[in-house]
Design a protein around this ligand. Structure first.
Ligand code: ZN
Length: 217
């Protein structure tokens, strides 16, 4: 590990943690009760806590290449993403599930490219995304549309999970589709009734403020 990371670990321990020691200790004593399951891409530019202003204990996060959700098949394999969804819904009782896609997603771009040599797992994993691909010549516009279609596809898959569908139908669980535009610093949110991703109406007064009370300074 680089000296830079060691220095950052020390900075967390000595500068950040003491300010929030009580909050961390409360989260240990009371256990975690996050209200939101965040399903996002592994992309290093997607930073869920920074994006949402959430602090420790607020998000249960599962990330993978392409923010993909396998179809429910009850095959009881080593399905990490499926296990996380089961745990979040059945054990933690989350109130919301966010599927967050993003611009310039490598998984989406890969749908329009040749398979990656020597990466059979990656190429097979991308099968979960192929239905989102458009039968067009690739372009920036096509990639953005595919990223959004991909989010919708995952939300549809989530409704194939019995424990998800049951809670959604009872009004106990809500699903959300996001498309994070990295270069613009904003998130488009799926409007199910209009069938499109639209800008959020975040109050302007929030602009410029630190995104989280947990922000490292
Ligand atoms: Zn991605």
């Amino acid at each position: 590990m680089s000296d830079e990371f060691v220095a950052r670990l020390r900075r967390f321990q000595t500068r950040y943690f003491p300010r929030y020691r009580r909050e961390y200790q409360r989260l240990v004593a009371e256990g975690q009760h996050p209200r939101t399951l965040f399903i996002g891409c592994s992309d290093s530019r997607v930073v869920p806590y920074l994006l949402t202003g959430a602090g420790p204990g607020e998000l249960f996060v599962v990330r993978n290449v392409g923010n993909l959700i396998p179809p429910w098949d009850a095959s009881h394999g080593y399905h990490g993403t499926v296990a996380a969804i089961e745990f979040a819904v059945l054990r933690l009782g989350v109130h919301d599930i966010v599927v967050c896609g993003h611009s310039h997603c490598g998984a989406v771009a890969a749908l329009y490219e040749d398979p990656i040599a020597g990466a059979p797992h990656m190429n097979r994993w991308l099968d979960l995304a192929r239905d989102a691909a458009l039968p067009v010549t690739v372009s920036e516009d096509a990639l953005r549309r595919t990223e959004q279609r991909l989010v919708v596809l995952q939300l549809e898959r989530l409704m194939g999970y019995p424990m998800v569908a049951a809670r959604v139908e009872k009004g106990e669980l809500f699903l959300h589709g996001w498309h994070y535009l990295i270069e613009e610093g904003r998130v488009l949110v799926l409007d199910v009734e209009r069938g499109e991703f639209a800008p959020t109406d975040i109050a302007p007064k929030d602009a410029g403020e630190a995104p989280s009370v947990y922000q490292l300074q």
